[in-house]
Design a protein around this ligand. Structure first.
Ligand code: ADP
Ligand code: MG
Length: 568
């Protein structure tokens, strides 16, 4: 019983089993690791490697609690170079599943098999096997139904496993990783020499293409990796990977340091893509804080924080100086950086106001159009200033309209009407656009194709981890939709249940709306200005949200009088 409770700490879900088994294979010096799953790992997880294997006597020891071959002296505990060291994983896993290990060291003519069923160990038998180890876990949590109940949807569990394999793959590019699910190849990362090639395999060429290498090694700390050149950014930290001494960790200090390095180059709520490999003397990191070793504690926390932030900052400065950024890339930058509010909840004054009094001292009052027009249409546009504001005379006085916010809001409301009526109107693309994804994202996307379809994006499978966008919302101007779709996938990845998904619909619409609108700093023709005002009148004002940027700022007579100190 005690072992089952302890197992909960290490073995939380199928992905934790995969992590422990793959770590063991890496510690055994394997150059080929193959993971096979059935039913998202709940029915079967099989990890095979070509590592050093175990001698028969070690095989029985391996499933004993606190038996590890990796710490020989007490001092070893303070310089842990292997991924495992606690001797907890195999016994924990074997207490909540059916375990079957076949292992053969290079020196032995055959392999040996050991079965453990819910903690009960059987005799070791000879078994034919290649050099290396295969660990098979069946029916995970068969004897702990409560834990089983806590598992998320199969797609989510599977994507967690993909995340685990991807992280390992990023930090061990020389190892060939294979991942199969229900007989299908999910990932096949052949061994590469250049780590940049591994980034391409794991993250896809779209994301990897935007990553620049960086490296800085002050004193005994090594800070290396790859970072996205601002302002390409992502709505969450999915592509922020931090490794300490080749161990994937989630650490607030490191994440904070990375974001601080980007400083003002990222907007609030936006994240970069960064793969950070930090090397610190082994005796200065405590990896014993968390059972799954995913958190660490640094002895020189402040120093490390400062060094990482500094390294990122300096790298970004260097990249900015390099004149080699291709033009296609420069275009993409803008794509992400225009939007400022999380949602186009812009204000617009809804009230119908009395028409201008003829005696009002506005030079343009005579041109104020008939009352029959809507509030916005009845404005007189004096012109556009600073490339982004329309200066208008309204019944109330002087009005400034932010053309970007206005367009965004109009597009958002149109999309919302279309979505509420069934689906966003789409148009077929003459040339389909291809999107490359990570293995985990591809699996998630497959299950979200119908959702994307409702948003007006028709996305079809197009080779391994590759998809083709064949139609896009009719409202979108022609262009590159890959970033929009990638962004939506990243956002959808955070949402599992369909109930929650509904809550997120409007936010997804905002993403599309943002990409559909006229960018700031574009000169509008007079008829475009009028069309925009007419559109605003047709836009539902009733559903305003008190947050976000305003579309309209009005200066009434009183406001102006106060500004000119005529009124106090
Ligand atoms: P730890 O990794 O902390 O030592 P584990 O419970 O994960 O503990 O593994 C126990 C022991 O089993 C390891 O120390 C190692 O000697 C052996 N072992 C497990 N998996 C493998 C493998 N794939 N190849 C060789 N030896 C292995
Ligand atoms: Mg281990």
């Amino acid at each position: 019983m005690a072992s089952r409770i302890a197992a909960g700490e290490v073995v939380e879900r199928p992905a934790s089993v995969v992590k422990e088994l793959v770590e063991n294979s890496i510690d055994a010096g394997a150059t080929e690791i193959s993971v096979r799953l059935e039913k998202s790992g709940v029915s079967l997880i099989r990890v095979s490697d070509n590592g050093e294997g175990m001698a028969p006597e070690d095989l029985t020891l391996a499933v004993e609690r606190h038996s590890t071959s990796k710490l020989r002296t007490e001092e070893d505990l303070f310089r842990i170079a292997t991924l495992g060291f606690r001797g907890e994983a195999l016994p924990s896993i074997s207490s909540v599943a059916r375990l079957d290990i076949v292992s053969r060291p290079a020196t032995a003519p055959t392999g040996q098999r050991l079965r453990v069923d819910g903690g009960r160990k059987e005799e070791v038998h000879a078994a034919g096997a290649a050099v290396g180890t295969t660990v098979e876990i069946r029916e995970l949590f068969f004897n702990t139904p409560a834990r089983r109940k806590f598992l998320k949807s199969p797609a989510t569990e599977l994507s967690h496993i993909c995340d685990v394999v991807n992280r390992m793959a990023l930090v061990f590019p020389a190892i060939h990783f294979r991942l199969q699910h229900d007989g299908r190849n999910v990932a096949d990362y052949v061994s590469v020499r250049d780590p940049k090639d591994r980034l391409r395999q794991v993250l896809g060429t779209d994301i990897a293409g935007n990553l620049a290498p960086f490296s800085w090694c002050p004193d005994d700390i090594g800070i290396r990796g790859y970072l996205s050149v601002a302002p390409v950014s992502y709505p969450n930290a999915r592509y922020l990977f931090t490794f300490v001494n080749r161990r994937y960790v989630r650490d607030k200090v490191l994440t904070h340091a990375v974001l601080q390095g980007y400083n003002t180059l990222l907007m609030r709520g936006q994240y970069p893509a960064v793969v950070l490999f930090l090397e610190v003397p082994y005796n200065e990191v405590d990896v014993n804080v968390h059972p799954a070793k995913i958190e660490v504690r640094f002895q020189r926390q402040n120093e490390i924080h400062g060094a990482v932030a500094q390294a990122i900052h300096a790298a970004l400065k260097d990249v900015a100086k390099a004149p080699s950024a291709p033009p296609a890339f420069a275009e993409r930058r803008e794509f992400f950086h225009v939007r400022e509010s999380p949602l186009p909840y812009a204000h617009a004054s809804a009230a119908k106001l009395p028409s201008l009094n003829a005696r009002e001292p506005f030079a343009v009052s005579a041109q104020a159009p008939a009352e029959a027009d809507g509030f916005f249409s009845s404005m007189t546009v004096l012109g556009q200033i600073l490339g982004c504001y329309l200066v208008c005379v309204s019944a109330n006085g002087l009005s400034l309209i932010d053309q970007h916010a206005a367009h965004e809001r109009v597009a958002f409301e149109k999309l919302r009407r279309q979505l509420n009526a069934g689906a966003v109107e789409k148009q077929n693309l003459l040339i389909p656009q291809t999107v490359e994804l990570t293995a985990g994202e591809a699996l998630l996307l497959e299950r979200k194709l119908a959702v994307l379809d409702r948003f007006g994006f028709v996305v079809e499978p197009f080779g391994p981890n590759c998809f083709a966008i064949t139609a896009a919302p009719a409202l979108l101007p022609e262009g590159d939709y890959v970033q929009t779709v990638c962004r939506m996938i990243a956002e959808l990845a955070e949402v599992d249940e369909s109930e929650k998904l509904r809550q997120h619909l409007e936010e997804r619409l905002a993403t599309i709306a943002c990409h559909s609108v006229i960018r700031a700093n574009r000169k509008l023709e007079p008829d475009e200005m009028r069309a925009l005002l007419a559109d605003l009148d047709r836009t539902d004002h009733a559903t305003q949200c008190p947050h976000g940027r305003p579309v309209l700022i009005e200066f009434s007579r009183d406001d102006l009088d106060r500004l000119f100190k005529r009124l106090v």
